[in-house]
Design a protein around this ligand. Structure first.
Ligand SMILES: C[S@@+](CC[C@H](N)C(=O)[O-])C[C@H]1O[C@@H](n2cnc3c(N)ncnc32)[C@H](O)[C@@H]1O
Length: 277
């Protein structure tokens, strides 16, 4: 899926973006199943935890790094009254996000641009908040991502970031043993690299940010895989028509692999928030 994405023509890109919506839901991120049992409510709950971490207030400007198809950005504009600039490297994501904002009546409060989170090109101190929801694992130079976020924040600004995290060190023997599973995950979700939550803390501190929240959400996000499997089964025919039976099956298999990594303590989920003095 993501593996194909990087080489495929435009039409194929669009089909894949649509398929993700049918597999993961409108929000292209994990859910936090605390007192809720359905995926849409759980993904919104993760967004809410990020809103708390970022301490959003009406009128603030937010840089959403890796904005997907704009669901979180539109929700922030509607629910928090902030102005959001969403960036992603995906042209289809930008198109979908603009259409979503237009349909929700928040086109004036949002803008979406194709930019790289590791070299965003915005002026120093031009945003009140940096928002990085589950996109950092796709950015190899994590140090540059964090440095760029710190650079564009105004003094008094904040960053909130959540993502899949590494929960134990992996040796060469581990990686060899897991090779097949890791290849499957790369095929389905793209070329990802996970770091421990404390690595984000270290990188932020190095950039002069003051970390005041580090939350492990591994247990709360664990039901996400069952929910994704249900969604994939429910939308099977439509998804297979878009991406084929083999990729649909790979998605289901990848849910099992991730669930196994959650259960054996290899991977998990975390949230980190920090302020810029
Ligand atoms: C798992 S999606 C999360 C989307 C969105 N934050 C959400 O929660 O719905 C990851 C996003 O990161 C974007 N992305 C990947 N690499 C990027 C980069 N170097 N710079 C900016 N965005 C990037 C992808 O295009 C995608 O939009």
């Amino acid at each position: 899926m993501s593996g194909e994405q990087s080489h495929a023509p435009d039409e194929h890109y669009n089909r894949i973006t649509e398929a993700w919506g049918l597999l993961l839901g409108e929000n292209l991120h994990y859910g936090v199943f605390r007192g809720v049992s359905d995926l849409p409510a759980a993904t919104e709950q993760l967004t809410r935890l990020m809103v708390e971490g970022a301490r959003l207030e009406p009128g603030l400007t937010v840089l959403d790094v890796g904005c997907g198809t704009g669901a979180p950005a539109v929700a922030l504009a509607l629910d928090c009254g902030v102005e959001v600039t969403g960036i992603t490297t995906s042209a289809e994501g930008i198109e979908a996000a603009r259409a979503r904002a237009e349909a929700a009546g928040v086109a004036g409060q949002t803008r979406f641009e194709q930019r790289d989170g590791m070299d965003n090109g915005f002026a120093d101190e031009s945003f009140d908040r940096a928002w990085v929801l589950e996109s950092s694992h796709l950015m190899r130079r994590r140090d540059r991502l964090i440095a760029e976020c710190a650079r564009v924040l105004r003094p008094g600004g904040r960053i909130a970031l959540c993502d899949i995290i590494l929960r134990r060190p992996l040796g060469l023997a581990d990686v060899r043993r897991m090779r097949e599973s890791l290849v499957l995950l790369r095929d389905v979700f793209g070329d990802a690299r996970m770091e421990p939550l404390t690595e984000y803390e270290r990188l932020m501190t190095e950039c002069g940010l003051v970390v005041d929240e580090l939350t492990d959400l591994t247990a709360d996000t664990r039901p996400t895989f069952g929910a994704w499997r249900d969604t994939a089964e429910r939308n099977r025919d439509e998804v297979v028509a878009m991406i084929g039976e083999a990729d649909w099956r790979k998605f289901l298999d990848s849910c099992d692999v991730l669930e196994g990594f959650w259960d054996d303590g290899t991977l998990g989920y975390g949230l980190v928030a920090a302020g810029k003095p």
